[in-house]
Design a protein around this ligand. Structure first.
Ligand code: CP
Length: 339
């Protein structure tokens, strides 16, 4: 179990059995709703970046447990936040997180934060410098709504979706890079590869040259795999990766060979438009192979309509499970806690 402060930061803070316990609580709350479990509890939601699922599913989940929530999106009806320590605040940001976060935390019982990668310095993003700096300012439990290199709520929902579909714990899970008009963060691929490895799956990361996942992400996933009896490999050979796959999980991410260099990334990905999931992608996979993506997704860029609208797609189930598993996280953090 984690030695971190109270909160929900990273699925890696849990053993496989602890994740299973959390998913059992999610199932219990789904089967036997507890509409008064969090009466009087308040969740603060701080979004430094946009969202649809994370925002709506946390508010809905909190309400279904009898609690309430408030949402802050700095610069949209509230002061813009400065996050840099030591900044001379003579620009557009009127509020520093050093005051803003403790103030918000003083109004609620847990503070959930979304703060994406800066996308400039890989080492700093992998170290979660920005998110950890903000989380450390909260005296209340913190929930990670997606940081530079992690999205634990998405990973937990995806694990439940795999279980719901009875996809074997030892099944073959292919995380495939897909194209996108610009570089996206490493948070979802990092969380996904770790989740599938911790579940005990045969994980293959399929990606073109230039998009290898950083060794810190692969090493963490391999450590989880070795604890759970799974494996993690990486290749650019689509046929080898997809043969016998139970699941193809598509995700877009930025090039890691020129991290933070938008022009170099664009030049690389301009040759990669064929990295799109289509029905033909599943030719060597199992006939009952399923398709996953965390959403939002660019139709007919990353994934063809025929897949998203076809029987393989689990994308809506994944999105729904966000609310279900987050209710378990909130219940675990806040039920029984003194208001
Ligand atoms: N998957 C996910 O986190 O969706 P949002 O960015 O819409 O919250």
């Amino acid at each position: 179990m984690s030695t971190r402060p109270d909160g929900f930061y990273d699925l890696a803070d849990f053993t496989r059995d602890e994740v299973r316990d959390l998913l059992a609580l999610a199932q219990r709350l789904q089967d036997h709703p507890e509409p008064r479990a969090l009466t009087g509890r308040i969740l603060g939601l701080l979004f430094m970046n946009p969202s649809l699922r994370t925002l709506a599913s946390f508010q809905a989940g909190m309400a279904r447990l009898g609690g309430s929530s408030f949402v802050i999106t700095p610069g949209q009806g509230t002061w813009q936040f400065e996050t840099r320590m030591g900044a001379v605040m003579n620009g557009s940001a009127a509020e520093h997180v050093r005051e803003g976060i403790p103030v918000l935390a003083s109004y609620c019982d847990a503070l959930a934060i979304r703060a994406f990668a800066d996308g400039k310095d890989l080492a700093s993003d992998l170290a979660e410098t920005n998110f950890n700096g903000m989380a450390a300012l909260s005296p209340k439990p913190v929930i990670n709504l997606e940081s530079a290199a992690n999205h634990p709520c998405q990973a937990l929902a995806d694990w439940k979706t795999l279980d719901d579909q009875a996809i074997p714990a030892t099944g073959k899970f292919v995380l495939s890079w897909v194209n996108h008009p610009r570089a996206l963060p490493l948070a979802v691929p990092a969380a996904t590869v770790h989740m599938a490895a911790l579940r005990g799956m045969e994980v293959v990361v399929l990606r073109p040259e230039g998009y290898a996942l950083p060794s810190a992400i692969m090493d963490k996933a391999r450590a989880a795999a070795s604890a759970s009896g799974g494996s993690v490999t990486e290749t650019d050979d689509a046929d080898a990766a997809l043969t016998g796959a139970h699941v193809v999980y598509a995700k877009e991410w930025g090039c890691t060979s020129h991290y933070g260099d938008a022009a170099a990334d664009l030049a690389l990905r301009s040759e990669l438009s064929h990295w799109q999931v289509r029905e033909a992608t599943f030719g060597k996979a199992r006939t009952d192979a399923r398709f996953m993506h965390c959403l939002p997704v660019r139709r007919n860029v990353a994934v063809a309509d025929e897949v998203l609208d076809g029987p393989r797609s689990l994308v809506l189930a994944e999105a729904h499970n966000r609310m279900v598993v987050q209710m378990a996280v909130l219940h675990r953090l806040l039920a029984g806690r003194q208001a």
